[in-house]
Design a protein around this ligand. Structure first.
Ligand code: ZN
Length: 87
């Protein structure tokens, strides 16, 4: 997800504020950047997440990728180390 930078100009010359979602894309609660809520893009689709929904999405990814399993994490760390040595 590409995070928005409020107040900066984007490619089309418009400020990102015009694309910033005002409500969470999951639960529809009002977003507050100062409270840790985030906004950005999934591809070209503007999305926003409150901290509750963001933590749930992160937890879902952790479970779907198996990153809550120590052996899978060890394997992934080895892979990342190998990739780092190539670069
Ligand atoms: Zn939410």
């Amino acid at each position: 997800m590409k995070k928005l930078k409020n107040g900066k100009e984007n490619k089309n010359g418009k400020g990102d504020d015009c694309w910033t979602p005002k409500v969470c894309s999951v639960c529809d609660s009002h977003l507050e950047e100062d409270a840790g809520d985030i906004a950005g893009y999934f591809g070209i689709l503007p999305v926003g997440f409150c901290t509750w929904c963001l933590s749930s999405v992160i937890d879902m990814v952790i479970q779907l990728q198996g990153y809550d399993d120590i052996e899978i994490l060890r394997e992934r760390m080895i892979e990342l180390g190998q990739e780092e040595r190539k670069n």
